[in-house]
Write a protein that binds this ligand. Structure first.
Ligand SMILES: NC(=O)C1=CN([C@@H]2O[C@H](COP(=O)(O)OP(=O)(O)OC[C@H]3O[C@@H](n4cnc5c(N)ncnc54)[C@H](OP(=O)(O)O)[C@@H]3O)[C@@H](O)[C@H]2O)C=CC1
Ligand SMILES: CC(=O)N[C@@H](CCC(=O)OP(=O)(O)O)C(=O)O
Length: 336
């Protein structure tokens, strides 16, 4: 299958380009940036020298001619672009009959009101929201394999949902909101220069209190209220979440362990029991590491992922594998 990547010069796009280029059943057809990009015509390996010899692909401007090339040659189009850019581009590629894998948040939420409230824009194509399959690979494989538009799950939600859905499905959660405290590395904010992500400015600080767009994403795909607070930390990649859960009265440790067994055979999920996960354990790895400790009806769940792999490009590749009828972890386990 021929894959094109739009936004290939960005952190998630370059990561996905490297996964596609190494995949046994995919061909990286072409890499695109915006028409006016400062990086156009550079090689991707000039920007990412760690991929010298692998990503000798020119970053092509997304011109009218590029759209024609994509229509003629691509099977799968991956959008590694800002939410609004994705909302604009996805319908154009869907109209060409392409399968679209969007890494942005442009199609993850249920309704236009959520986009106004949490994204700050009115959705231009609300009719596509119901058609998009939510790309949380381990939990939605049937819908992902059939969909023309896959909204690959967000980074913080991927860590939270994989940790909490087993408990929700087993009916172990008390009604109150779950508190999700999360720390992300700076690549989570993208490659574009900004003061907030400047080397001398980043330390450890919360942001997005009460209004981060991943709050509704987690709530909608979990079916439970959360109080989510992200933090920016001074490391390049990885997300660690510490999640405070009130269990229903009388829920035992055995019931909690049994609930997590639903993930026990998943190749990209590592259940650590009562060990402690870390950024070091997942950086540059495709896994979600999940651990928990319980005292009475209080449960603390810890979850770690690499934001660019399981939180973006790795999960996008899982979705592409599902669309091809391949095992979802092809090209991810033992291959990075
Ligand atoms: N970073 C992360 O950890 C994660 C990111 N995501 C999502 O993935 C998407 C990309 O994120 P990230 O890789 O961090 O972003 P970056 O800012 O690192 O990269 C964005 C890319 O989009 C390109 N681009 C910008 N405007 C256009 C346009 N109009 N047409 C075509 N290409 C364009 C940029 O190149 P240029 O401007 O030079 O054209 C660049 O290649 C976002 O929606 C983000 O929310 C999802 C999960 C995790
Ligand atoms: C550290 C940082 O800034 N992280 C980003 C989240 C990463 C991302 O790009 O979000 P999606 O997963 O929704 O695409 C943020 O908080 O906006």
């Amino acid at each position: 299958m021929n894959v094109v990547i739009i936004g290939a010069s960005g952190y998630s796009g370059a990561e996905l380009a490297s996964l596609v280029a190494k995949h046994p059943k995919l061909t990286l057809q072409a890499c695109y940036v915006s028409e006016g990009s400062l990086d156009k015509d550079k090689l991707l390996s000039d920007l990412y020298p760690e991929h010298l010899g692998l990503l000798e692909y020119p970053l092509q401007p997304l011109t009218a001619e590029a759209f024609q090339d994509i229509e003629n040659n691509a099977d799968y189009v991956c959008l590694c672009t800002d939410h609004k850019v994705s909302v604009d581009l996805a319908p154009q590629f869907l109209a060409m009959g392409k399968k679209v894998f969007d890494l942005s948040g442009g199609f993850r939420l249920a309704g236009n009101e959520d986009y106004l409230t949490y994204y700050g824009f009115a959705h231009e194509h609300p009719e596509l929201l119901a058609q998009a399959a939510y790309g949380l690979a381990e939990w939605n494989s049937d819908a992902i394999s059939k969909a023309n538009l896959v909204a690959v799950a967000g980074c913080y939600p991927t860590a939270a949902l994989n940790s909490l859905k087993p408990l929700k499905e087993a009916g172990l959660l008390a009604d109150q909101a779950i508190i999700v405290n999360a720390v992300s590395g700076v690549t989570g904010a993208g490659r574009k220069a900004s003061v907030n992500t400047h080397f001398c400015e980043v330390s450890l600080a919360p942001y997005g209190l009460f209004n981060h767009r991943h709050t509704p994403e987690i709530e909608q795909h979990l079916g439970h209220p959360v109080l989510f607070t992200p933090h920016l930390g001074n490391f390049p990649r990885g997300i660690l979440e510490t999640i405070y859960v009130q269990l229903k009265p009388g829920v035992t440790a055995e019931q909690v362990s049994a609930a997590y067994q639903v993930l026990a055979n998943e190749p990209l999920i590592r259940l650590l029991g009562n060990k402690i996960p870390s950024i070091k354990g997942v950086a540059k790895q495709p896994f979600v590491d999940i651990a928990w400790q319980q005292k009475g009806e209080q449960l603390i769940v810890m979850s770690a992922i690499d934001n660019l792999l399981k939180g973006a490009a790795g999960q996008a590749l899982q979705c592409i594998n599902l669309a091809m009828g391949e095992p979802h972890h092809t090209g991810l386990v033992g291959a990075l």
